[in-house]
Write a protein that binds this ligand. Structure first.
Ligand SMILES: [Zn+2]
Length: 90
């Protein structure tokens, strides 16, 4: 189950949310509880409601960030991908 984003990487329940890290680890599908835990305790970034399309979009953009941005720039770039900013994304 660990590489299938449809199920929470921590507990195997159906994913509600995508979470990743500024280190470019992820995105992972997670349930509500593990999203909350990851964001609160592990500096995870809530990348919005789980969908295959969003997972693919984030994965694609992540590859473009790899090796080119500082940690802070990655945080800012990932923040821009969060749902309030991406509903109209092209
Ligand atoms: Zn979970």
């Amino acid at each position: 189950m660990s590489d299938n984003p449809e199920y929470c990487i921590e507990c195997g329940k159906p994913s509600t949310t995508l979470v990743m890290w500024a280190s470019l680890e992820g995105p992972y599908g997670m349930c509500d509880f593990d999203t909350w835990h990851s964001v609160k305790n592990r500096n995870g970034l809530n990348m919005g409601p789980y969908s295959r399309e969003r997972f693919d979009m984030i994965t694609e953009k992540k590859e473009l960030m790899r090796g080119t941005l500082t940690h802070q720039e990655r945080v800012e770039a990932l923040t821009e991908l969060m749902p309030t900013c991406t509903e109209g994304n092209e």
